[in-house]
Design a protein. Sequence first.
Length: 318
Amino acid sequence: MSRSTDGGGQRVVVVPEVMRNHALAVGAGDWLDDLPGLLAHLEGRWDVAVGRPFTGATEAYVAEATTTSGRPVVVKVLVPRSGDGARHEVTALRLADGRGTAALLRDDPDVGALLLERLGPPLSALGLPTATRHDILCDTAARVWRPAAGSGLPTGADRARQLVSSITASWEDLGRPCSERAVDHALRCARRRGAAHDDERAVLVHGDVHQLNALRAGAGFKLVDPDGLLAEPECDLGTVLRGDPVDLLRGDPHERARRLAARTGTDPAAVWEWGVVERVASGLHCTRIGVQPLGRETLTAADAVAVLDATTGGPGPP
């Protein structure tokens, strides 16, 4: 950990602003106060020295670290939230076992702490064309997909219900920052995806596949920060589809869904519907924690997609 101290000799932990905003938004102010002590505890327990934080994290404090043997690693401490998010992430990482995701080295789900292999730069930093990035995200996500019945992870139906609740509450709380049509469209799509859940087809999915969560690993990439779900694989592709909102509207949005589906052998209509839901949910979340202009751009795309679907429908049968 950085050894800078305040006037009383206490070590100071620099918390990225967006992550601080998220912690305060979910009522975790006390956790922010306790973070320096928790990091010091983990240093001793895991024999690591914690260094600089990564500035792109929004829902966890993530920092460089080095083991006493000199191995570069990453310490991650999740912002407390309701439910079992930390345990679900640990379960997903254990199931993936370093295939498609960062390898999990140590964990303490009781305090939401993980020790992970350190990977390279994120996909977002490489300046690749949109189509190339999407191919990489599809191929990397597909490495994660595997049967995981009995793992105790939430299902795609659970995810759909959670998104319905989150979108409904956030839209009102934030002063309705997108059209009612976009919200209604997302809620209808979420309910259809929830009703379509099939335990026999469900696989382990990452749950938040985007270019900031895909990091260079040797000649390929691995994903970090899995939500951990048992869902149809199209759930992961919906999070890919929600990204690049400005670029999405420069072409045929439906064609993007068809392309992702063709790359992975999945259903374009299901990909499209998950994308509709995730776009509204993500735009509202970015707005809440101050990630702009991404929040505004994502909600603008959600409004446009709702109008498009009202006249043309999605990329496949409903």
